[in-house]
Write a protein that binds this ligand. Sequence first.
Ligand SMILES: [Zn+2]
Length: 394
Amino acid sequence: MPSLGGVCALVGEGLRPLFDCEIVWRGDRIVEIEANSNGRLQDVEHIVLPSFINAHTHIGDSLAKEAYIGLGLEEAVDPHKGLKTKIISTASKNDLVKAMRSVLEQCVSLGVTHLIDFREGGLEGLSLGREASQGLDIDLLLLGRLATPPSKGRILENQGFTDFELEELHKVCEKGNGLGISGANEYSDKMLTQIREIVRGQNKLLAVHCLESHETRGRLKGVLGRDEFQRCFNMLRPDVFVHMTDATPQEISYAFNMGVVVSCPRSNAALGNGFPPLTQILNGGGGLGTDNVMVNSPDMFREMEFAYKCLVGTTRKPFQRVEEVLKSATVNLRPRLGLKPIEVDAEADFMVLNVRELRPFWNLHSLVVNRAQRENIEQVVRKGRKLYEKPVCV
Ligand SMILES: [Zn+2]
């Protein structure tokens, strides 16, 4: 049976370190974890931690890397007129698939085994996403949407979807893992309710960008009477609220009563939307995502480090529980995907970091969050199979 010995494993939901530990797996399951009670922090050379779940991405805009520079949120990513939409709609399918595949390969070498992706382009967009991930052993959850978003006039008149659109949404939801809604402002009240009914009917995942900025909160309030959060919360009732940058503590707690919050702090900062309320999001057990590949590399190490420093910087207070940041990148969303943290009988999904050159260090969780990087990854294991192994230099 394959095994790892003499490692420090971060086990369970709390990522508790077990020093000088042996992990054994059979097939896709962990069958044994045994620790030497005399193990010490000072001797740690290898850390085994759950693989990353990148809980929010748009791999489709990987053809537009860095094109957002100098642009605001709407100019960059608006589904009707943003630069991203223009670049993607004029690209060849072949180039699009190649760019998405290269991002997915990068994700594997960065310790990401699961991605929750907002896939643009309707049914065709889904099949291009599937084509890009073919043969790669990565779990790519695709949340689709309509190929063409409804016009503003129809939203303001509170029209519902046409029969054609309803059929498309049903099919997109069925062929993908659910629906990923670009924002409540892009749909009428009636449409939001229809989206909810479709996803619930198929028992799939429903996610939405919500309160990404202060401006998106109030954009349609004057006309529709409710702000963006109220419309999401009352009509769409999603499982995943992405961003919540402008949310109050009360709204964060409402969102966690309904589902989960996924935060993308690097994207929020880069697009000029401020900094998310990370203390509340981490306290609630939220996830972390790298958002648009146009804006960010899909690197969860970078996202974690930024999140931690952002949290301390914006609250102007020390934050001792750095493991909460690591949990948001690794274990918090696992139950929603039917997965467990590192424990006996869980699927063998983990990565091994070689931290020998980073010694000496005083805080294990902080070492991973604030200092580890791709070059420290020795291997990535998914369902007991090695997905990635660091090339040996000769
Ligand atoms: Zn997004």
